[in-house]
Design a protein around this ligand. Structure first.
Ligand SMILES: *Cc1c(COP(=O)(O)O)cnc(C)c1O
Length: 384
């Protein structure tokens, strides 16, 4: 009888809830999102609930603002959206596109943004490059020069292909095209490399929490330029849930338009405190160093990179399967023998590539352990 309760999700009457929680086996994630969440961060989220219109919530919100502003490099308000990143990605289109949007497409997420623009009923054009290639400022310049566009979407770090496009060069075009709203997804690059919203002069910067911020999914952070608020104010049918103007007026009172995921915000506060203790510069340096360790492993094993040199992501590595190994086999051995997983390639790149994430709370030690486990799994997969 006792075993029955212990091994199932049915609660033994009178038992402490935690005693009977069904737990799945812990497989450590080295996929590029969701990433591994540290036990201390999980614990930080288990705090008593507070009312979202209470002083306690306002204090929580206000406490994390300066940390978020430092992270996004802005003196603007940083908003908390209870949604995954896509909520704000779609919301940005609804708030800012009146005429036509130019969607820069270089992989699964950026291609999808073009699709979403059309689904929102917006006029849209894609600047499409082959998966694995970066987005270039010169081509954006050429397209914007037509005068057809009033918005642009760019994914800074295209997670599906491991490509980081040259954000600084692209953002410099904003000066030439002040009426074009530059909407930038930094979902898998925020806190990996420095991104300074105010200096870049862009209009929207957004990220979800389950990538480099190393939290569970369900929360997105974003900031908006004054020019973008002005544009939004002229747009009808912005809706409510992602209305930038609602976020601004609620934010002024340290609140969100609707009931937010308060537990995740406790977790975010904890992560931001960890970032401050480590130092942002040290955090960027750590990501770069760990990414370099993965790159060394790739070269040592005779693999190539999908992205050309100079445009490779610092958050993850997209490895070209030029050795034609059985990626699925390697990954299943990694899981069975070492309780870890990497990603076996996104969409049409499945099996042709594999991706290794070094985002979040990883360390020299955890990445070394992963790479040793990959050596073992690769050798076993090749021997079969
Ligand atoms: C993961 C990811 C998204 C989508 O995030 P959701 O959390 O699924 O909404 C968007 N853009 C990039 C670059 C991503 O890596």
């Amino acid at each position: 009888m006792f075993h029955y309760y212990r091994d199932s999700s049915v609660r033994r009457p009178g038992a402490a809830v935690s005693e009977n929680l069904p737990m799945s086996k812990h497989i450590k994630l080295f996929i590029p999102g969701p990433v591994e969440v540290s036990p201390d961060t999980m614990a930080a989220m288990s705090q008593p609930m507070v009312g979202h219109r209470s002083k306690d919530f306002q204090n929580l919100y206000a406490e994390i603002q300066p940390h978020l502003q430092a992270l996004l490099g802005t003196s603007q308000q940083v908003f908390l959206s209870t949604s995954s990143a896509w909520g704000v990605m779609e919301g940005s289109l609804r708030n800012l596109v009146a005429k036509k949007v130019l969607n820069c497409c270089c992989g699964a997420f950026s291609d999808k943004w073009f699709d979403v623009a059309k689904k929102c009923g917006k006029q849209a054009e894609s600047y499409q490059v082959e998966w694995g290639q970066p987005i270039l400022a010169s081509e954006i310049d050429r397209r914007l020069a037509t005068g057809e566009f009033d918005a642009l979407t760019l994914i800074h770090n295209e997670t599906s292909t491991g490509v980081m496009s040259p954000l600084t060069e692209i953002a410099a075009l904003k000066k030439k095209y002040p009426d074009v709203m530059f909407i930038v997804d930094a979902v898998s690059s925020l806190s990996v490399v420095p991104i300074a919203f105010d200096d870049l002069g862009i209009d929207v910067l957004l990220a979800g929490t389950q990538k480099a911020l190393a939290l569970p999914p369900g929360l997105a952070v974003f900031t908006v330029s004054n020019a973008a608020f002005e544009r939004a104010a002229t747009i009808k049918d912005r809706g409510y849930y992602f209305d930038f103007i609602e976020f601004r007026s609620n934010g002024e009172k340290s609140m969100t338009p609707s009931t937010p995921c308060i537990s995740l915000i406790y977790g975010l506060r904890h992560q931001l405190q960890k970032f401050a203790a480590e130092g942002l510069q040290a955090r960027y340096a750590r990501h770069s160093r760990l990414n370099g360790m993965v790159h060394d492993w790739v070269r040592k094993n005779g693999f190539e990179f999908l992205a050309p040199e100079g445009y490779r992501s610092v958050s993850l590595t997209c490895v070209k399967n030029n050795r034609e190994i059985d990626v699925a086999k390697m990954n299943s051995l990694l899981k069975a023998n070492h309780s870890m997983i990497i990603d076996g390639g996104y969409g049409k790149l499945k099996g042709l590539t594999f991706r290794i994430s070094n985002m979040g709370d990883e360390s020299d030690q955890t990445i070394s352990t992963l790479l040793a486990a990959l050596d073992d799994s690769l050798a076993q997969a090749s021997a079969l």
